[in-house]
Design a protein around this ligand. Structure first.
Ligand code: ATP
Ligand code: MG
Length: 478
């Protein structure tokens, strides 16, 4: 097997690359042209390159970090590309481990940083294994630095920074494109989308993040080719969606996804959600607050965000079930499962995340209960905070009366007798009728759009059976 592998690596040069631009020579740019001083680079990335270079290998910081530094953005992590094989890298760093099966890369730990070190990859050839749509299935051949550059997606991502020399090796005029604010594909965009449809999502995400115009050749084929995203394995799509939603530019990304007709392939229901005025407001509020949290460096939770993205689907499904005469709470659980199952076909929402999402949803009707022991019990739940934030977002979007969110805020702040005094007498349906009246006059004042939605009545008034516990046994904690 080893012999076969070595044979494949060394045979590589015998195959002509298919559509990729021929092997380009890099333009080597000095600091004056790219502006990156080595002190701007993390010490871990610098040390990793130095150690590899001292070991006799080439080593460069590559990809997003170089692009971001030139664009004046603080890189979130660093990738290193080298001509050393994974074993050779492993031998140079005590704190390192080889990961990945098909194409091995090495994680090198430097202080608190983890650097991803990959061996230059080879260009695709006639032998590259693809599916029937042209998507590359196996991609595990090493190559030269220029091969490696040609395989990258956009010109701005094929930049190699040498911290020792403070030079940038630019194979495809990425620095010029970055300065002109254009996102340009390396090679022929249609062929590159066929090889990997995720590049369409990356185009949207990177253009939003860096405020770049899509080159017309990058943009034009997207609408027609968007359906290729359906062939992407769900786990990969899920990762890519997380990157997009947690990029700090989610609002802009979603707008661009919609403009380019890409939202259909990604979250099958995102288009439906965005077509419902209430749903759109809710989703946009959630994305705005996520963007803000990301930009402030605060923690963000995938479960919470997916719960918001899919909530109005759950509501619509739940409503339909109740109209058909199903009992409220079991109907809610059925609706949650149906919505999540549909998404799971496209996005591999992990079981743990699905469990957390359901907990957040299942808490919502429980917030209606403001009598007896229920509110105390809810406060103790690990998902209370997420559920409460979700409730506030519903109020803010105008879906429900702001009274409930305000009541829960007061209830959390109060203690002892003051807390007890807030409890509503447990008078069953009468209490709910009172709330229904206040519903029509309230506009919340905290961003509610005054849309006069009567959905709250729809859940509140039928909320007879309180679930014994929140669904999903997934552990709490984000
Ligand atoms: P960011 O880190 O800001 O999310 P990035 O461009 O660094 O963006 P990564 O997923 O970290 O994205 O990828 C690192 C590099 O690997 C990219 O800059 C690009 O050169 C290359 N790359 C990533 N995905 C692809 C792809 N689908 N096709 C070709 N090259 C890719
Ligand atoms: Mg990156």
């Amino acid at each position: 097997m080893l012999r076969k592998f070595i044979h494949r690596v060394f045979k590589r040069g015998e195959h002509k690359p298919l559509h990729l631009p021929g092997k380009a020579d890099a333009t080597v740019l000095p600091v004056a042209q790219h502006g990156i001083h080595r002190e701007q680079v993390s010490s871990g990335a610098r040390r990793t390159c130095e150690t590899l270079q001292q070991g006799g290998f080439k080593a460069y910081i590559v990809g997003g970090a170089v692009r971001d530094l030139i664009a004046g953005i603080h890189p979130k992590d660093y990738d290193v590309a080298t001509n050393a094989t994974p074993d050779q890298v492993r031998n140079l760093f005590r704190r390192s481990r080889i990961i990945g099966r098909r194409f091995q890369i090495v994680h090198v730990m430097q202080g608190g940083e983890t650097l991803e070190v990959s061996t230059f990859r080879g260009a695709h050839t006639e032998e590259t294994l693809k599916d029937e749509h042209g998507r590359v299935l196996r991609d595990n051949v090493w190559g030269s630095m220029s091969d490696d550059a040609a395989r990258r997606d956009f010109t701005v991502n094929a930049l190699y920074y040498d911290p020792s020399a403070e030079t940038v090796h630019d194979y495809h005029h990425g620095v010029a494109d970055l300065k002109q604010k254009v996102l340009r594909m390396i090679g022929e965009p249609k062929a590159r989308y066929r090889e990997d449809p995720v590049r369409m999502l990356r185009a949207v995400r990177l253009s939003a993040k860096l405020n770049l115009e899509l080159d017309p050749a990058v943009r034009e084929p997207i609408r027609a080719m968007a359906s290729l995203i359906e062939n992407v394995p769900p786990a990969r799509l899920f990762d890519e969606m997380l990157k997009l939603l947690f990029s700090g530019h989610a609002v802009e990304c979603v707008k661009r996804l919609r403009d380019d007709g890409l939202h259909h392939g990604v979250l099958p229901l995102l288009d439906v959600i965005l077509e419902q005025p209430m749903g759109e407001k809710f989703v946009m509020l959630a994305l705005e607050s996520t963007d803000q949290r990301v930009r402030e460096g605060k923690a963000v939770s995938p479960s919470y965000l997916f719960a918001t993205l899919l909530w109005h689907e759950v509501l619509a499904n739940w409503e339909a079930r109740k109209t058909r005469g199903e009992v409220a709470i079991p109907a809610l659980y059925e609706a949650m499962d149906e919505v999540l199952d549909l998404q799971a076909e496209k996005l591999a929402i992990t079981r743990r995340i699905a469990g957390d999402i359901k907990e957040i949803w299942a808490l919502q009707p429980r917030f209606e209960k403001r009598a007896g022991k229920t509110p105390y019990r809810l406060l103790e739940l690990p998902r209370f905070r997420a559920g409460y934030d979700f409730l506030c977002l519903r109020a803010q979007s105008g879906e429900i009366d702001d009274d409930i969110a305000q009541w829960w805020e007061r209830f959390q702040e109060a203690d002892g007798p003051a807390r007890e005094a807030l409890l509503v007498p447990d008078s069953g349906p009468r209490k709910r009728r009172r709330r229904r009246r206040s519903n029509s006059k309230s506009d919340g004042g905290s961003g509610g759009n005054g849309g006069g939605n009567d959905r709250q009545d729809a859940h509140g008034s039928t909320d007879k059976e309180e679930p014994a516990s929140t669904p999903g046994d997934a552990p709490g904690g984000e």
